[in-house]
Design a protein around this ligand. Structure first.
Ligand SMILES: Cc1cc2nc3c(=O)[nH]c(=O)nc-3n(C[C@H](O)[C@H](O)[C@H](O)COP(=O)(O)O)c2cc1C
Length: 353
């Protein structure tokens, strides 16, 4: 199996990554995560000009930081997230060709078969960039491994904040079951990383024990200083406790601004805000949309504390472990330190070494 650090040579072990959260994970965040020895990702939605601006920002941060090792193929030491179901491949290709990110991460296509076409075109644009695809169940992992031949799969557990597969399992079973299935199907060399509910060093240590080569954290980085986020959205993340109660996976969050445009297989995990409560109480979707439209036009853009808002506040079920807003670099370093400590302590305790 390819060691991830062979093409991410500046990174420290264990590998910590911020998720490529479209509209949230910007160039400053990605640059800071990389400089701290992680792999920083920039998220994108439709606007490839914005993506290029953020790649430039990340590139400048990395250039100015001393001692960030070059990659063997001189790729830029960050990753980029693309959403094939809304992004335009023809517009994405020149940006990837120009900046040559170390990793291009794909998630959410109209058809799972689309990942193959995207992978081929992106590889032609930047042969040294590695292609990763995020999936949420064993069946999809096998299909994508066969059809798109990615360099790695990110296995997204159903604790994940934001969008994910409606049919999915937590990483505790998803990662080892997928590993076994990949091995049996002839993909023993397929690298896997894990996401979904991983919020601190204990979560990272668990992901590694399950067989992942690195951990992707989304919700934790929503409480970073660099992230692009409305202050009330961020305060609600800090406030929320007990994510099994205060977050919920539902498709209704994608119906608020109008009919859901996400491919059928996805839903999203958000704080259980008022729009969700209304829907649970049988309020017609048209009325929920009206209340939402009125709220998002206001100064707080539909965000509120105490689950009283109407806009989705995407968050994973690990949200209760997010306690304060910190520099992204401090998050990377403290999570990595804690993961190492936990692994060491656990080995000492249970292996008597
Ligand atoms: C606010 C938010 C936005 C997200 N946007 C994207 C995205 O644009 N593309 C993507 O591949 N995943 C996206 N995700 C999902 C992440 O890739 C990842 O699976 C998730 O954050 C991991 O779970 P965690 O939030 O519990 O750490 C998003 C997640 C959040 C919380």
């Amino acid at each position: 199996m390819v060691d991830l650090l062979s093409y991410l040579p500046w990174a420290a072990s264990p590998l910590i990554m911020n998720a490529p959260m479209g509209g949230f994970a910007n160039g400053a965040l990605a640059g800071s995560v990389t400089v701290a020895g992680g792999l920083g990702f920039i998220g994108s939605i439709m606007n490839m000009t914005d993506l290029a601006v953020n790649l430039r920002i990340a590139s400048d941060i990395i250039k100015d930081a001393p001692g960030i090792q070059q990659t063997p193929d001189d790729t830029l030491q960050v990753g980029v997230g693309l959403l094939p179901f809304v992004a335009n491949l023809t517009q994405a290709v020149p940006v990837i060709a120009e900046y040559k990110p170390a990793v291009v991460w794909l998630f959410a296509a109209h058809e799972l078969a689309d990942f193959g076409e995207w992978a081929t075109e992106l590889r032609a644009a930047s042969p040294a960039s590695k292609i990763w695809v995020q999936v949420g169940n064993v069946k999809t992992a096998l299909y994508v491994a066969e059809t798109a031949e990615p360099d790695a799969l990110c296995l997204q557990g159903n604790d994940a904040g934001g969008h994910g597969f409606e049919q999915s399992a937590g990483i505790i079973s998803l990662v080892p079951e997928t590993r076994d299935a990949l091995d049996r199907a002839g993909f023993a060399n397929m690298t896997i990383v894990a996401s979904g509910g991983i919020t601190d060093g204990r979560g990272v240590a668990s992901a590694l024990a399950l067989g992942a080569q690195g951990a992707v954290l989304g919700t934790r980085f929503l409480a970073s200083k660099e992230i692009t986020i409305h202050p009330i959205n961020q305060a609600a993340i800090i406030e929320a406790q007990d994510g099994g109660v205060t977050t919920v996976k539902s498709k209704v969050f994608d119906e608020l601004a109008g009919p859901n445009i996400w491919p059928e297989v996805y839903d999203g995990r958000s704080l259980a805000v008022q729009s969700y409560v209304d829907w649970q109480n049988g309020v017609p979707i048209e009325e929920i949309r009206e209340r939402y439209a009125e709220a998002v036009a206001g100064p707080d853009r539909g965000f509120a504390l105490g689950l009283r808002g109407r806009a989705a506040i995407w968050a994973g079920s690990g949200v209760g472990l997010v306690k304060e807003v910190e520099n992204a670099a401090d998050i990377v370093k403290s999570v990595r330190r804690e993961a190492r400590r936990v692994l060491h302590r656990t080995a000492q305790k249970y292996l008597d070494c």
